[in-house]
Design a protein around this ligand. Sequence first.
Ligand code: PXG
Length: 437
Amino acid sequence: MHDLDLEACWLPFTANRQFKAQPRLLAAAEGMYYTTVDGRRILDGAAGLWCVNAGHCRQSIVAAIQAQAARLDYVTAFQMGHAAEFELATRLAALAPGDLDHVFFGNSGSEAVDTALKIAVAYHRLRGDGARTRLIGRERGYHGVGYGGMSVGGISNNRKLFAPLLPGVDHLPHTHDLARNAFSRGEPEHGVELADALEHIVALHDASTIAAVIVEPVAGSTGVLIPPRGYLRRLREICDRHGILLIFDEVITGFGRLGTAFGADYFGVQPDLMTVAKGLTNGAVPMSAVLVRHHIHQTFMEQAPPGAIELFHGYTWSGHPLACAAALATLDLYRDEALFERAASLSGVWQDAAHALRGAAHVVDIRTIGLVAGIELAPRFGAPGARGMEVYLRCFERGLLVRATGDIIALSPPLIIAPDDIERLFAILHEVLAGIA
Ligand code: PXG
């Protein structure tokens, strides 16, 4: 590897100069572990990046991709199809809660989000409610990096250099409340009233101008922000009262992360549209999807003249055969190994282990839900994020992959993690925390 030239590749969301001075290169993966180019094993505490829910390089997924690549490599999804995309859509519709019974395929979470926002605005327009164009996101929300997702997103670093963003976007306040909710298990007790901010936005702009609200059921990227008890239900009620569509961005919470198929199931709240990606193919091939409720899809089918295209939107790789093959094999694994149920039954052990870090050096909050944990550290004076980054780097040296976002360590292992790996993971993290300033 000494002759590998790192210069030309511009890595995303990465300190490129620091990385290239001290690169971390992975060569292989299996089950719960990566192997580095120099042969070290790394326990995957992040499921890659919240996506490898069934563990790495699962044989049935590998075989399905290989067979599909040899049989039928590519089919345009425009006025054309292949069996796997229809089969996959049917299975996703059956897995999804309520009447989310139509599925539009994309290739990334960002594309799914932009697709969902476009469907929401177009739906109102088709019904003759064309003034409903306003989109409501949330502070600290992450919905990918397209102009739509970035605009409804609420992370300043992701937005500030790229203006002008979409006009007509407002944000709900985030729900993070260390003073009242520190060290919560599951949904924190305080903060349901934060959903009422939507009523204020409605009062300001009038409901007749608002198309949709988009939130992550649990905000992942900004450090595991779990909704206060009753919060999502109240958002749903306010949306219903005012004819506003509710979009759940389940790119992270989908496919068992919370011990249920989707976050909507965990919280018992029905969204009108749902975006998924990541765990859909176990990370093996890029793919995303938007799931849409029956009446929304029906509106498009009824409004366009017979023979006309109903939605002028789509991607060259929508429903790509390799992605469909990977997704079908992934859904089989989730079902056959009962991985969502496994996540639910392991969740107690996982959360106990996470909360046992209470009192460890620098830890100011631990929050857990399903097979997720957010460990918030006190920032170093004058250097926010530095401590989180050091923990990330030290963990990697010690053979553990975590995700650091600012000074929050996010943990989200593959759902196949065994109790002894849970113990190992937190033991490494504990030692690392004890060893840094
Ligand atoms: N929505 C949500 C909720 C996400 O978590 C996206 C959309 C965008 O997906 P794509 O496939 O376009 O990347 C995401 C992506 C992190 C991290 O540090 C999380 C994501 C991306 C990058 C970093 O937790 N999630």
